[in-house]
Design a binder for this molecule. Structure first.
Ligand code: XMP
Length: 323
């Protein structure tokens, strides 16, 4: 019988069997999969697990706190938070090209994560042998895998890890689909904000600012995004749509009028989409009154934004994200 209770029991037993009395590390991204994987492993081996959360400063409002506070409160997990936002901002300074931004964010992420891993290993000794990953069934099928014998070798030119260090993977979600992962997460008592979270790209808001990424622009986009999410949730639409990227056109300005003055501000783009698997998508026909509310609030509340536009492009030809 498939029940979340059975899945949890079975996986807890399997993880205990695999890890024994050794130690494991898990990177948390703020997303559903890594959170549920970590919670399962925590349930199985408790303080033998250490989680690492790299704060790249590109998360949305409240997301880092959800990991640092709510996730820890719900699971009791041992968490190492690395605040690397300055480092990411410095690395991104002057860069506008989308692919270059992605490469920089990916590279810095690996460096910071491996540095944290090295520190944990230095603290806890050589018994750290396992790396927890939130691999789902569709990921396994897509990569043609399924043997379970995967061993990953750390990049040895970064982070100061021993050259021959190999982690064995612990992948407790390998047999599950996304909706099942959410049910397991719920049963494990994880906060709704994490379990029901919509897809969010690893490079975060860094690829939702068209133009150079700066602290000021991130703060502005975070405010606009928080308003859009708040209103979509209030209207009960957050679970109907696949996701709604909110994008700042930082290099574009247009003329507006507010109060009795002329403004020259930036546009915010709303990109609500419906999709089954993100491979194709259609723009969501959101109710006009909800769009109107979001637009009014963003232009009233967010400094330097004087226009809100709706992206009515399907995928293809548009991608879901703008970069
Ligand atoms: P696109 O923009 O290619 O996005 O239509 C498809 C889906 O993937 C998400 N996305 C990412 N997820 N790392 C991720 O983990 C990434 O670099 C990344 N880029 C895009 C996007 O939000 C959408 O759900």
């Amino acid at each position: 019988d498939w029940t979340t209770g059975n899945v949890i029991e079975e996986q807890v037993a399997a993880i205990r069997e695999q890890v024994g009395d050794r130690r494991a590390i898990c990177g948390l991204s703020g997303g559903v999969d890594s959170a549920v994987a970590a919670a399962l492993v925590q349930k199985a081996i408790g303080s033998q697990l250490t989680c690492v959360y790299v704060d790249h400063g590109l998360m949305r409002q409240g997301e880092t706190e959800q990991v640092e506070k709510d996730f820890v409160a719900a699971t009791g997990v041992q968490l190492k938070v690395v605040d690397a936002s300055e480092r990411f901002l410095n690395a991104l300074a002057g860069v506008s090209d989308p692919e270059e931004k992605r490469k920089i964010i990916g590279r810095e992420f690996i460096r910071v994560f491996e540095q944290a891993q090295a520190e944990i290993i230095a603290d806890e000794g050589p018994a750290v042998e396992f790396l927890v990953q939130g691999t789902l069934y569709p990921d396994v099928v897509e990569s043609g895998g399924g043997t379970g014998a995967a061993n990953i070798k750390s990049h040895h030119n970064v982070g100061g890890l021993p050259e021959d260090l190999e982690f064995q993977l612990v992948e407790p979600l390998r047999k599950l689909f996304k909706d099942e992962v959410r049910m397991v997460g719920q049963e494990l008592g994880l906060p709704d904000e994490i379990v029901q979270r919509q897809p969010f790209p690893g490079p975060g808001l860094g690829i939702r600012i068209v133009g150079e990424v700066t602290k000021e622009r991130l703060d502005l986009l975070r405010e606009a995004d928080a308003i859009a999410r708040e209103e979509l949730t209030a209207a009960g639409l957050d679970r109907d749509i696949w996701q709604c990227p909110v994008v700042l056109l930082a290099d574009v300005r247009s003329v507006g009028v507010q109060g009795d003055g002329r403004t020259y501000g930036h546009p915010i783009v709303l990109r609500p989409v419906s999709s089954e698997d993100a491979m194709t998508a259609d723009w969501s026909r959101l109710p006009y009154d909800v769009l109107s509310k979001i637009s009014t609030r963003i232009t009233n509340e967010v400094k330097d934004v004087n226009r809100v536009v709706l992206d009515v492009t399907s995928k293809p030809p548009g991608t879901i994200e703008w970069e």
